[in-house]
Design a protein around this ligand. Structure first.
Ligand code: SF4
Length: 487
């Protein structure tokens, strides 16, 4: 393996096609390494040519650009015609932040994505190092930290007390890394898997666990591959198993993640209480957190503790861009950093986040909750030609077709909600009936899937009330819907 941290001259290529591009370089006097994605996928393949205290960035590089950059480094120079250039220390631990859309100065959890070699445990060990904090030290460090993402059993809630309770319970205990369903979590497993495992193995010590599971969607092939490699590369003190779940949004729900880990093909959310901390994997105590949660813990154990938020900007954009900002910043800052300019609305905080046109909302959970938006760490952009009424109709239909069927409020509620949204196109906008139905779904659905679906519809009705009224009257203001019949 090439230990990048000790090199002053390195050619890194980031992105999905990086390995093939690196294979095309024939010179052996320059280390040329395929690294994971930086999170800014619209710029990839991204060449980062580093030489003696400076890095040059070449975006959307082809094979010729990679060879040219390697030749330049071999000649003791940075490549000509770079899109950005950064001066830095001779051997920085983290990606030097270029002046390109998608990169911010606040990268902490993502700081090594696209920089360290995700296949090389030594590269992580020699740059930031694996924590050896004992259980008490980990529990102290976790004090006040909250889980992140809807796949986290402690989403937006502190988890240290829950961990202390799990530590006291009998039975073989499991730690689950849930990297399913969120681009930021998949990115971390793909590009910095050892940071995730560093935090997860600290959690293993904190709760005195016996098993460690890494769980991701079968659609995130790179994340699964890197997770498997990383699981085999070191001794984490317990057996580590990597599990692929179906690529359905609901499969990220923490108890459905447990069902998948147990090998169940039909994933249904579990009744609660008790939660996984009492009856998790195979009925034994289990903690379930996202990759972001564990990577943040690893940073806190290293005293890298800025309170940041990882936000993935998706939807009508060239490619998903994952940015990181301090949580006192706003959703608008995240979309601006990702290069988004004009849009109709955004679905903030998950597949069933809140619909809004006002992105001047803080990234902290309290601010997002107050604005009736989600905290999952995603912003889905609806471009200028999109109709918000059609969007929520389609989203409700997805909910009706993909819920697990375990509870009536969600199973029947999503179907009725979809029908009522179709009725709008036939001239009936039953605002009161929809509001009543959604209230029942929110208050009685078993899991966050069914509780969140109404938020998307409710916020759209509030933000675009005129558009709903117009559709019922036979007009789509955006001109994109066939009204007076089925959309
Ligand atoms: S809320 Fe929906 S996804 Fe969750 S248990 Fe009920 S039917 Fe299943």
């Amino acid at each position: 393996m090439t230990n990048l941290s000790e090199r002053t001259t390195v050619l890194r290529v980031a992105g999905a096609d990086a390995a093939a591009l690196v294979d095309g370089v024939e010179r052996d006097d320059v280390p040329v390494v395929a690294v994971g994605s930086t999170g800014v996928r619209a710029l990839e393949p991204l060449v980062v040519a580093t030489h003696e205290g400076a890095s040059a960035f070449v975006t959307n590089a082809d094979a010729d650009a990679v060879v040219a950059a390697a030749d330049a480094l071999g000649d003791g120079a940075l490549p000509d015609g770079a899109d950005a250039r950064v001066e830095h220390d001779e051997t920085p631990d983290t990606l030097p932040v270029p002046s390109l859309d998608g990169f911010t100065d606040d990268r902490s959890v993502l700081a090594r994505c696209g920089w360290t070699d995700p296949r090389d445990a030594d590269d992580y060990a020699s740059t930031v190092g694996f924590s050896d904090a004992d259980a008490d030290a980990v529990l102290d460090a976790a004090e006040g930290l909250c889980g992140r993402g809807w796949g986290d059993w402690c989403a937006d809630e502190p988890y240290a007390d829950l961990w202390a309770g799990v530590r006291e319970r009998d039975g073989p205990t499991s730690v689950v890394v849930n990297a399913h369903g969120n681009p930021g979590d998949a990115l971390l497993l793909e590009s910095d898997p050892y940071a995730v495992l560093d935090g997860a193995s600290a959690a293993v010590r904190a709760v005195d666990a016996d098993y460690l599971y890494l769980y991701a969607s079968e659609a995130d092939a790179a994340a699964l591959e890197r997770a498997r490699d990383a699981a085999e590369a070191r001794d984490y003190g317990v057996p580590v198993e990597v599990v692929a779940g179906p690529d359905a949004y609901r499969a990220a729900e923490p108890t459905m993640a447990i069902e998948a880990i147990e090998g169940n093909h039909r994933l249904e959310a579990r009744l609660r209480p008790p939660g996984p901390e009492v009856e998790g994997v195979y009925g034994n105590p289990t903690i379930v957190h996202t990759a972001r949660t564990y990577a943040r813990l690893a940073g806190v154990l290293r005293d890298e503790a800025p309170e940041t938020r990882v936000v993935s900007v998706t939807g009508d954009v060239d490619a998903t861009t994952t940015v990181e900002l301090v949580e006192t910043d706003t959703v608008a800052s995240a979309t601006a950093a990702a290069g988004v300019e004009d849009f109709t609305a955004a679905c903030v905080g998950g597949k069933f986040g809140g619909i809004t046109t006002d992105l001047d909302v803080g990234l902290a959970p309290d601010a997002l909750h107050e604005a009736d938006l989600g905290t999952e760490g995603t912003v889905e952009i609806l471009g200028e030609d999109r109709c918000p009424v059609a969007f929520v109709g389609q989203r409700a239909n997805v909910a009706a077709e993909t819920n697990c069927g375990r509870c009536v409020p969600c199973r029947e509620g999503t179907t009725q909600l979809t029908e009522k949204l179709r009725d709008v196109y036939d001239g009936t906008y039953d605002e009161g009936g929809m509001t009543e139905l959604m209230g029942v779904m929110e208050s009685t659905s078993i899991c966050a899937f069914g509780r969140d679906v109404p938020r998307t519809v409710r916020t759209a009705m509030r933000e675009f009330d005129d558009a709903f009224e117009a559709h019922a009257a036979g007009d789509c203001p955006s001109g994109t819907c066939a009204v007076g019949g089925t959309q």
